[in-house]
Write a protein that binds this ligand. Structure first.
Ligand SMILES: Cc1cc2nc3c(=O)[nH]c(=O)nc-3n(C[C@H](O)[C@H](O)[C@H](O)COP(=O)(O)OP(=O)(O)OC[C@H]3O[C@@H](n4cnc5c(N)ncnc54)[C@H](O)[C@@H]3O)c2cc1C
Length: 399
């Protein structure tokens, strides 16, 4: 795979003077939206401030896994998105290292949250979600390195894994091949309006007249939309990841351990053998994720918590070498639902952010839903509950 296609290659189009649809933000959401629009023959331009996947999309765990409060509307999105992944993996030219072997929330006999984990599992089972309980012997077959005191685990058998970096580039390349213009290293500086319409996207390289604009910039949306008088309550949450040296095959599923407020971690073995270990999300207080900064930094207290927890949950890797670690920032909304659809104030401005910890999982669906909005097609899932205006309405009714 080519990650950088030269100065004017496939992922570095010339900046056009006008384009029907401009997508801002070259993470997995922007790339997926651009791909779906290009497939429908829409004249679309994707603008990324740095390189594609520079945000959370290139810094995450790669789990296609979603378990929320079982009554949350997000579950409908999770289920539909995970159904869409196999077909997407097939149609992209790149091997995105997609596998669908499930994910397993493990439970040890020393855990303080045994009842809570069982209750969570039961609630999902009662709602007919694709889950089942695995006893100790079955769990130990999934990885010999789980600890002796494991009780069992809750298997979400439709979950999977993907290489998120390959996914973003594969989507962007497929979009470009289908006719989209994809341009990196082009921060959008602002939008020009006329009445209730966005007319122009401003960049340092020139302005682009546009018919519709999609903001897919996760926490960067907040200051950006504030310039237009729109409040987007999306806050940065920092997650951290470790990667081990490549190891012989040792697990077929992605594993999850712990329940908030206890440390929550996840880990999986990638195609080339490394374990990717992440978790312990915290509200961001560093602010070093803004454009032009070196990028989000790791913090020792969280790293220590992740490593202590993984050694408890997967002691067989105690002596394995770590080769890389990093942090990333994702966008969290107060109700943990994404913000999808047209804004009321500017009907040709469309939002796609607030994916909380699951933007990779949701990406295939995000692309389709937003392409439906742009092309004025009835979306396959009603978007009413994901409108930006819900936050202001909730605040007004609380007054
Ligand atoms: C440590 C960690 C682990 C995670 N694990 C998982 C997981 O296992 N599974 C999962 O589903 N999700 C996971 N997530 C969440 C997931 O990574 C995100 O939800 C998803 O990547 C969001 O994608 P996005 O495209 O919406 O935003 P981003 O990937 O953040 O992309 C936004 C892009 O907008 C660009 N941008 C910002 N401002 C401008 C501007 N003015 N002009 C142009 N471009 C701009 C940024 O440079 C950035 O590239 C994790 C996240 C982290 C940090």
């Amino acid at each position: 795979m080519l990650v950088y296609h030269g100065v004017m290659g496939l992922l570095n189009a010339l900046l056009p003077e006008s384009c029907d649809v401009v997508v801002i933000g070259g993470g997995v959401s922007g790339a997926s939206i651009t791909y779906q629009l290009a497939k429908r023959g829409v004249d679309v331009l994707l603008l990324e401030a740095a390189q594609l996947a520079r945000g959370a999309s290139g810094r995450n765990g790669g789990l296609i896994d979603g378990a929320a409060d079982p009554s949350s509307p997000i579950n409908e999105l999770y289920l539909r998105a995970s159904e869409l992944f196999p077909a997407l993996a097939e149609e992209l030219d790149t091997d995105i290292e997609y596998i669908r072997d499930g994910s397993l929330q493990i439970l040890l006999d020393t855990d303080p949250d045994i009842e809570e984990t069982h209750a969570d599992f039961q609630a999902h089972l009662d709602l007919g979600r694709p889950v089942r309980w695995c006893d100790r012997d079955e769990v130990l077959e999934m990885s010999l390195l789980f600890p002796e005191n494991i009780i069992g685990g809750w298997l979400r058998y439709e979950d999977g894994q993907v290489n998120p970096l390959l996914l973003v580039y594969a989507l962007a390349e497929a979009a470009a091949r289908a006719g989209a213009k994809v341009r990196q290293h082009t921060p959008v500086l602002g939008l020009t309006t006329s009445g209730d319409r966005i007319t122009t996207v401003k960049t340092a390289d020139g302005d682009v007249a546009c018919g519709q604009v999609i903001v897919a910039m996760e926490p960067w949306c907040r200051p950006f939309l504030a310039e237009l008088g729109l409040e987007a309550p999306v806050l940065p949450q920092r997650g951290q990841i470790f990667v081990t040296e490549p190891l012989p095959p040792m697990m077929t599923i992605a594993a999850l351990y712990g329940n908030s407020p206890n440390p929550y971690i996840y880990w999986r073995q990638t195609k080339h053998g490394s374990l990717t270990i992440g978790g312990c999300r915290t509200v961001d207080t560093h602010g070093d994720w803004m454009l032009g900064s070196p990028g989000p930094s790791t913090s020792l207290d969280i790293q220590k918590m992740i490593l202590e927890t993984i050694v408890r949950a997967h002691p067989g890797i105690r002596n394995v070498n770590l080769i890389r670690w990093w942090a990333g920032v994702m966008g969290f909304t107060p109700d943990r639902l994404p913000v999808l659809g047209r804004t009321e104030r500017y009907p040709n401005l469309i939002t796609a952010f607030g994916f909380c910890p699951n933007g990779i999982l949701l990406a295939p669906l995000t692309g389709r839903l937003i392409a439906d909005v742009v092309t004025e097609t009835e979306p396959e899932i009603a978007l009413e509950q994901f409108r930006l205006e819900r936050f202001a309405e909730a605040a007004a009714s609380a007054d």
